[in-house]
Design a protein around this ligand. Sequence first.
Ligand SMILES: [Zn+2]
Length: 248
Amino acid sequence: MAVLQGLCKNCGSLVMYNSADEMCDCIFCNAVFPIGEVIPVDAELKDIVFPMEKFERKTNTGAKNQYSTMPDRVTPVVERNAKSEALDEGVETKQFEIQAKDVKAPKKVVAIITGAAAVCLLVTVVVSFPLYKKRTEVHSKMEDKMHSIVENIVKIDETKDADGNTPGYSIQGISCQKVSMLTGDEVDEATAELLFNNYCAALKSAGSSADKDDVELKLYSKNGIYTVKSGKAKFSENKVATETSKKK
Ligand SMILES: [Zn+2]
């Protein structure tokens, strides 16, 4: 009679049994099975699937409780298999996680990233510059045309100050579609509409993409403010001017 070692066929724990015994009883999972089914300790564990069935503790099974507290060979194998399965499924485990602080970018990489950012900026400038240039071109053409737009209609200050500002008028919008004019003259709706039409014609010849319906003229005059849209002038009383003129 010899004391033998093997692995429980249900849970993989180490079991010890007598060669004279018929049955082996696993103290860990309570499985009872013939000693012929005990798995040899040197078996290739990765090929073995342990059922891990749950058994109630049985008494009088005819088997002796034989077990050992020797190092567990199974748990590490099960864990290793679980990990490699997780990797196969593309699931990251903490063990393989790389944190930002672990990565030191080589100078070459930094240079490439910096270069790429510079290229992006350059592309943005190259794409947007023609638009900007066109806009400023139309804008400066409209400034040049301002004299002919208002000539013989109203008197506005057409001068540019040292900072490039034009106190008598203001041209705004991406296609110069908004314009305000300031005059000390007294004007009527027809005058405002005439200025509007002149401005639209000048815009067209300056190469602006603005449609007549996009254009809006605000005319600040002695007797009030005119807003011209789609060629129609609307008068809104300038209260400040009215009160001032009443006092006079
Ligand atoms: Zn067992």
